[in-house]
Ligand binder design. Structure first.
Ligand SMILES: Cc1cc2nc3c(=O)[nH]c(=O)nc-3n(C[C@H](O)[C@H](O)[C@H](O)COP(=O)(O)OP(=O)(O)OC[C@H]3O[C@@H](n4cnc5c(N)ncnc54)[C@H](O)[C@@H]3O)c2cc1C
Length: 228
């Protein structure tokens, strides 16, 4: 039986194929392999708003829950599953507003849609829908959010949950060809134009993501490698 080994806290920098063998260059050394499956997700490069975040607000503005604490007045920006889960989680110990530029929350899965409307009904989360944010500014140590409808509100913290970006430079460094939209090209087996180099999980989606679909990618790829 073959041995399976893992390496944690290890960042891959690039993958090079030479003489039918891949060399994976990483922060903890180089590895040789006949097949490589890249499944690095998209959250390493979260989408940022189009307006500039003033440098003084870098600390109270984030793209996940890492810096969040308790007892704050938090604005969560976004209309997907992540935004809803962040808002509901934070509302246990914070005052939370969820804002989304569209009028309806139709993108999240049914469970999350039901959850957010229940939280709103229970006064645990405030919704501000159908309005864009024009910009944010620092006012007396807090964040003033200026909405496009002319209103403004002040918060202690903002969490943006507006998706992630394709890490184009990384993918190019691994040998993937990108299409005209900058998305990686792969076939029905998730194999790239380089034989033996595959893509799985969120990185193989144009937007959104799902654990079940990511697992299916893995199954499909391994079946293809095994010739099944
Ligand atoms: C808040 C939230 C809630 C969600 N809820 C659900 C849900 O209820 N149901 C559902 O199906 N899906 C849910 N999802 C989506 C789900 O998490 C993703 O679809 C799934 O995790 C995709 O897996 P992945 O392996 O593609 O990427 P990820 O899970 O993002 O994993 C990528 C990994 O690669 C690592 N990595 C990145 N770059 C490198 C590098 N250069 N070298 C080495 N490692 C690297 C990252 O650190 C990370 O550990 C949710 C996502 C979020 C953010």
């Amino acid at each position: 039986m073959r041995k399976l080994s893992s390496k944690f806290n290890c960042e891959v920098q690039k993958v090079v194929k030479e003489d039918n063998v891949f060399t994976v260059e990483s922060s903890c050394g180089t590895y040789k392999s006949y097949h490589v499956i890249v499944s690095i997700g998209r959250m390493g490069k979260p989408n940022k708003p189009s307006y500039k975040i003033p440098p003084s607000l870098r600390s109270p503005v984030g793209y996940n829950l890492d810096k969040c604490g308790n007892g704050e007045n938090v604005l969560v920006v976004g209309g997907g599953d992540s935004a809803i889960e962040y808002a509901c989680d934070l509302s246990d110990t914070n005052e939370v507003t969820l804002t989304y530029r569209r009028n309806d929350l139709t993108r999240p899965n049914p469970t999350n849609q039901e959850m957010i409307y229940q939280y709103v009904e229970d006064d645990r989360v405030t919704l501000k829908l159908g309005v864009d944010i024009e910009d944010v500014e620092s006012v007396e140590g807090q964040i003033q959010v200026n909405y496009a409808d002319g209103t403004h509100e002040v918060y202690d913290r903002i969490v943006y949950a507006i998706g992630g970006t394709t890490p184009k430079d990384f993918l190019k460094a691994c040998g993937f060809t990108l299409d005209e939209l900058g998305e990686p090209i792969f076939d029905e087996n998730y194999e790239s134009e380089v034989k033996g180099l595959y893509l799985a999980g969120d990185i193989a989606f144009a937007s959104g993501g799902s654990i079940a679909i990511a697992l299916n990618h893995g199954y499909r790829i391994v079946s293809h490698i095994l010739g099944k």
